[in-house]
Unconditional design. Structure first.
Length: 228
């Protein structure tokens, strides 16, 4: 009978130790579940945005992973005033855009997660990525083009001749034109009329008239003398 009492006491003692152990295990399991529930979303959302130069082009890359797709999330990317993308997405999104490398760019990426409306968890982000030009712009070149010369005009009343110089036009890829140049012309010498023979003829006539007048006076004097 004593042995039977000892056998009945053993299960009771085991039950006393088993019940607290089970309660402790349940509490620990619940705590682990809560920790996983709160920690998993923080590690799950992963927004990654980058801008770099690749082969002389500006490249923007957006990678969004492990978002909560219970409701729509949105992503918007712009390059200055140009909109590259503006679309909703679910659990993940990946996009890559190539832009000309000879100009600077300012990329702006805005991600809105439905379960992080004010961005306190870091899942909703707005990032601006200024990117300088990846390559130097091409140098401008200019060339001078000579137009055909204009016609020459002369006046018949004089010996002065004027000639219009051919203008020179500059062509340039930078839209800057060179000022037209002018070439001065040398006027011809003014020869005038040939007055030499006229002067000689006048002098001869004056001399002949003086000689004739002197001869008449001499004849008149002789005639008076002979009358006396």
């Amino acid at each position: 009978m004593l042995f039977a009492r000892r056998q009945g006491a053993a299960p009771r003692r085991w039950a006393r130790f088993a019940r607290p152990a089970a309660a402790t295990g349940a509490v620990a399991a619940a705590a682990v579940t809560l920790l996983v529930a709160f920690a998993a979303p923080a590690d799950a959302h992963s927004p990654r945005v980058s801008a770099s130069c690749v082969n002389g082009e500006a490249v923007l890359t957006v990678t969004l992973a492990n978002y909560d797709q219970s409701k729509p999330n949105t992503v918007r990317a712009t390059d200055g005033e140009a909109v590259l993308v503006d679309t909703p997405f679910g659990a993940s999104y990946t996009g890559t855009w190539k832009r000309p490398g000879d100009l600077p760019h300012t990329f702006t990426v805005t991600v809105q997660a439905w379960d992080d409306p004010n961005g306190s968890n870091g899942w909703s982000v707005r990032r601006q990525l200024p990117t300088p030009a990846c390559v130097a712009p091409p140098a401008t070149t200019s060339a001078l083009v000579k137009l055909p010369p204009t016609t020459t005009s002369a006046t018949t009343s004089g010996t002065k001749t004027t000639t219009a110089a051919a203008p020179v036009v500059a062509t340039s890829t930078s839209s800057r034109a060179a000022a037209p140049t002018s070439t001065p012309t040398t006027p011809l010498a003014n020869t005038g009329s040939n007055l030499g023979p006229v002067l000689l003829l006048g002098a001869g006539l004056i001399g002949a008239g003086a000689l004739l007048l002197g001869t008449r006076r001499l004849a008149t004097r002789r005639a008076r003398r002979s009358q006396r």
